[in-house]
Ligand binder design. Sequence first.
Ligand SMILES: C[S@@+](CC[C@H](N)C(=O)[O-])C[C@H]1O[C@@H](n2cnc3c(N)ncnc32)[C@H](O)[C@@H]1O
Length: 278
Amino acid sequence: MSSSKRAASESGAKQKTDTRWSPVQYQKFSDHRLRPALELLSRVPLEAPKVTFDLGCGTGNVTRLMAERWPEAKVFGLDSSKQMLEKAKAGGGKVEWIEADVSSWTPGAGPDLIYSNATLHWVKDHRSLFPKLASFLNPGGCLAVQMPLSFDAPSHRLMRETLDGGGKDGRSLGTSVLRKAVARRWVENTDVYYDLLADRVRQLDIWETEYLHVLEGEDPVFEWVKATGLRPVVNGLKGGELERFVEIYRRRLRQAYPQRANGKTLYPFPRLFIVALV
Ligand SMILES: C[S@@+](CC[C@H](N)C(=O)[O-])C[C@H]1O[C@@H](n2cnc3c(N)ncnc32)[C@H](O)[C@@H]1O
């Protein structure tokens, strides 16, 4: 991009990164992605919640499981992506699907469960978001959240480094808005969540788990992040800049995550779990 065009595109005060989701790409590793979602759901100790919300329900795989586990409950699946919701609706289930943004969402009916898997790291300002979500719950209700702790993983560090110096003569790629968005540390330190919730809830369980995903195929870590953390980059870079980024980033990923002799690639992936009962 020429510098004048870049300056123009960076000047819009309301400029946002493009957060379109691709259900097909996201479901490529559905078995790996489902496991933490199910582990979180299995730690929800409610017997018969009446109203449950799945925030950032995506294609609705877990929302449908909620409806099966609690057939008497009113189950809502909420997401801001039309594409994800279309796929969710097509999958059926006794679920009411809602298109909304979590950051401005308030529930109509008091929820007994607010569940959110692999979504809240896309929503800013956790210091106000988490107390707000807990305050929505009915007495006895549960807030159950899982978020990736991959900010410092090579896959995400290399993304930032390639944007910062991957251009010709070591110049940066993309707009400063894009680089800033990708460089945002999206999950706070674990103790911050403890301090945000401890005085507001009667029981709080916070833990981290590192999964060792054994992936198959060519450049599987690239394919993995393409569905999630890399989306703003893939959607935001154009033409030659995107090609250059992809070439350098793929090469660096291959070095950081080498294919084993048996053709598989290991991708260690840490995640944070929070289960709070009010
Ligand atoms: C990584 S997917 C997780 C989907 C699902 N929870 C799962 O575990 O399979 C993240 C989802 O969060 C949604 N999302 C991201 N930001 C959101 C927001 N601010 N409000 C509502 N949904 C959001 C995306 O559209 C996407 O469907």
